[in-house]
Write a protein that binds this ligand. Structure first.
Ligand code: AMP
Ligand code: MG
Length: 485
């Protein structure tokens, strides 16, 4: 690997230089060779050498490990000091296509920011993050990625004992809203500006020439998140902990803690065991993302204008771009799921379908996937209708939908668009849970490998894996997810 570390050149207050704490007996579970190729990494073949590298036991030349400082609003409450408490940034690599990436270990030991935590991760959350982040990438949704995962040979104590794991995460960066909040809360205006300039150079260089580059930066981040959340909603993804410290300024999804995909469609769905108020429910995600953007705006105020009133007015007008941008992308995402171009009439048709899916407890992913074949086959039409508890309303919906297709596109094109927009496979909670149980309880990674392999091509039919399409049986249903920290 050849490293080119820029974050480590920032002032010392941005991080703590700290090496990963070695683990007892590292074992490689999986290396993402495709991603290693994209990054242009030249890695050894030897598995034990790989396990040493991706556990943090062995540092490579050019790595300058550090733990990043950040703050954050957790469930609406401000915590002035969080930071990488169980992660270290090993360094940055520049891929052959010139994109820059952070290489980070998670589960790699204590840092100054660990606050009472052990700096470690159970294997379960490592597997979940690997499976889900790689699936999100395959869906075409901006996300951090998983380069490798290892077992540590150590036990991690939570409510019960678990085998430990370390994941190697790759992201455009790990700078969060909470990174700005760390400095803003300490009234370190100079550091806020240094960070803003760094974020512009690294992620949004095009705003440099804008009349007000910091306002343009803020707007770019707002728009990136408006689009991101719309894309999440299109696959039924519920992030679960949309705290400002888990909101990356690059516009990528980060921090796969208690995240989950919904099975049957229910707009108020919550999985996270700690989200008792439903703050981060499926349909609350756009509101929360905008709330998070307001936190970011508060940090950037001194940069927007020297005049406080003017700065506020600039900040507020940027914040108002969020909702229309979200609605626009959400309409695009959802209308393409029924094979149609985005417009108000088609969006009304989507909403009518979602209402029926909700009322009839229909699986979100199965319904949209089966709809893909309805234009082409009477059998498919029958199968789709049978998903609903009664036929009349959905039959009427299908009739209206066919009329819209005939008026604006062709059955063939609608079908093609739907097949690109509706995955066959999602990382279903019960499949993730089964993979975690096999790994943690029986040291058996075959289910995890199978799930990861299927999810590399989520839009293909893969009839040999048909059971992975299915929603859970009642006894398999996962009702809650835990972040496992
Ligand atoms: P998260 O829930 O991953 O967003 O983490 C919130 C904060 O808690 C971050 O500052 C983490 O670094 C810290 N944290 C979570 N789990 C641990 C742990 N096991 N040891 C130390 N710090 C942790
Ligand atoms: Mg986090």
């Amino acid at each position: 690997m050849s490293f080119d570390n820029t974050y480590a050149r920032l002032p010392e207050i941005f991080y703590q230089r700290i090496e990963p704490t070695p683990v007892e007996r590292p074992g490689l579970i999986r290396l993402n060779t495709a991603l290693a190729g994209t990054l242009g990494l030249d890695l050894p073949d030897d598995k034990s050498k790989l396990a040493n590298i991706f556990s943090g036991n062995e540092l490579l030349e050019g790595m300058e490990p550090l733990a990043q400082a950040y703050a954050g609003h957790q469930f609406g409450h401000f915590v002035p000091q969080l930071g990488d408490g169980r992660a270290v940034l090993l360094g940055e690599v520049v891929a052959p296509d010139n994109r820059r990436f952070d290489i980070q270990l998670k589960g790699s030991g204590k840092t100054r920011f660990s606050r009472g935590g052990d700096g470690r991760s159970p294997l379960g959350p490592v597997l979940r993050e690997y499976i889900v982040s790689e699936a999100m990438h395959a869906f075409g949704i901006p996300t951090s990625r998983a380069l490798a995962m290892v077992t540590t040979g150590e036990t991690v104590h939570r409510e019960e004992d678990h085998p430990g794991g370390v994941i190697t995460r790759v992201a455009s960066s790990h700078i969060r809203i909470g990174t700005f909040e760390f400095f803003a809360a300490r009234h370190l205006e100079n550091e806020v500006r240094i960070l803003a300039d760094y974020v512009i150079d690294r992620h949004y260089p095009e705003v440099r020439t804008d009349a007000n580059p910091y306002a343009a930066l803020y707007e770019h981040i707002c728009l990136a998140h408006a689009r991101l959340v719309a894309k999440w909603m299109g696959v039924g993804f519920i992030h679960g902990v949309m705290n400002t410290d888990n909101t990356a300024l690059s516009g990528e999804t980060i921090d796969y803690g208690p995240c989950a995909f919904m099975d049957h469609y229910a707009p108020d769905r919550v999985f996270s065991s700690i989200d008792v108020q439903g703050r981060y429910a499926y349909n609350n995600q756009p509101t929360i993302a905008q709330w998070n953007m307001a936190c970011l705006g508060g940090c950037l105020l001194p940069l927007l204008s020297e005049d406080e009133a003017e700065a506020r007015s600039i900040g507020e007008s940027v914040l108002q771009t969020f909702t229309p941008a979200f609605k626009n992308e959400y309409q695009n995402v959802m209308c393409s799921k029924i094979g149609l171009a985005a417009c108000d009439a088609h969006f009304q048709q989507v909403k009518a379908l979602l209402n029926l899916m909700h009322e009839h407890h229909v699986d979100f992913t199965v319904a949209f996937r089966q709809l893909c074949d309805v234009p082409r086959s009477a059998d498919a039409s029958e199968r789709f209708t049978a998903l609903f508890e009664s036929r009349d309303a959905i039959t009427a919906w299908l009739k209206d939908w066919r009329t819209q297709i005939d008026a604006t596109t062709s059955q063939e094109d609608a079908s093609k668009l739907m097949r690109r927009s509706n995955p066959t496979f999602i990382p279903r909670n019960h499949r993730i849970e089964a993979a975690i149980r096999a790994a943690e309880d029986h040291n058996d990674f075959s289910l995890a490998h199978r799930l990861i392999d299927i999810l590399k091509n989520p839009f293909e039919d893969q009839p040999e894996h048909a059971e992975y399409m299915e929603p859970p049986q009642p006894e398999e249903r996962v009702r809650q997810t835990f972040c496992g920290t």
